[in-house]
Ligand binder design. Structure first.
Ligand SMILES: [Zn+2]
Length: 242
């Protein structure tokens, strides 16, 4: 066992104890929460009810088409639950998912997404595919948030989940400082297909991520999946970054 693993293990044990001792708080407003099961052990009902909705799927999809001139958009449709602005309190829902080891929040949100999925994307969807993160980041975070969300969707819809259909071959640099064009180039070619590729041929695939920002990561994934023979690729996320 390496020193790093040992140290991480110790940190996890401490965190678990703190979790048990400290009362749960709403990840958006910080108020104490009484519920111990379900979505509302992470976010209070008023905050949940006030989350701004994402643009409707047709509008969101048109925005992505505008972002990828010509025939560059490899996605056939896209949808999200919420429309969130960076730096605003509702965005804390997404920060919590990524940076506070709230993987259970991810699966609760995935279940919500699963129940409205037939309305958002009324297509035959055969397989769920989480957008991959680099293995180093996965080790650091302990999980891939997109995979946890996809597992929640799979729970409610019964659509099978292929966890390792895509993998990130190279660690892409932090994307937040780049322009849309730079981001697109930065992730292009960063994905490669795996053994599950054969089963995805001629299938309609649904990519799952936490946030749709420029759509460049999702588009790179969709390009890779189409090149493996997928029929159509759709995308769904918890939030659309506004
Ligand atoms: Zn709240």
């Amino acid at each position: 066992m390496s020193w790093h693993t040992l140290r991480q293990g110790f940190a996890e044990v401490c965190e678990t104890f703190l979790h048990l001792l400290a009362p749960r708080c709403c990840c958006i407003c910080g108020q104490g929460l009484e519920e111990t099961v379900g979505l509302h052990r992470f976010v209070c009902r008023p905050c949940w009810d006030n989350l701004p909705l994402a643009p409707p799927p047709e509008k969101l999809y048109n925005e992505l088409i505008d972002q990828f001139p010509g025939d560059e958009l490899a996605l056939s449709g896209a949808a999200a639950l919420f429309g969130l602005r960076e730096g605003t309190p509702p965005m804390r829902l997404i920060y919590a998912l990524k940076y506070r080891r709230c993987w259970e929040l991810g699966s609760e949100l995935g279940r919500v997404l699963g129940t409205v999925l037939p309305k958002l994307l009324p297509y035959q969807l055969d397989v769920l595919i989480p957008v991959p993160i680099h293995p180093a980041r996965r080790r650091e975070r302990g999980y891939n948030q997109a995979e946890v969300i996809a597992a929640g969707i799979s729970d409610t819809t019964g659509i099978p989940l292929y966890r390792n259909a895509l993998r990130r071959r190279i660690a892409t640099a932090s994307q937040t400082q780049l322009t849309a064009e730079q981001r697109r180039l930065n992730v292009a070619g960063a994905f490669a297909g795996s053994a599950q590729a054969a089963a995805m041929r001629s299938a309609n695939l649904l990519l799952v991520d936490d946030v749709i920002t420029t759509g460049s990561t999702l588009n790179s994934c969709a390009e890779a999946l189409l090149s493996l023979g997928a029929q159509r690729v759709f995308a769904v996320a918890i939030a659309r970054a506004l």
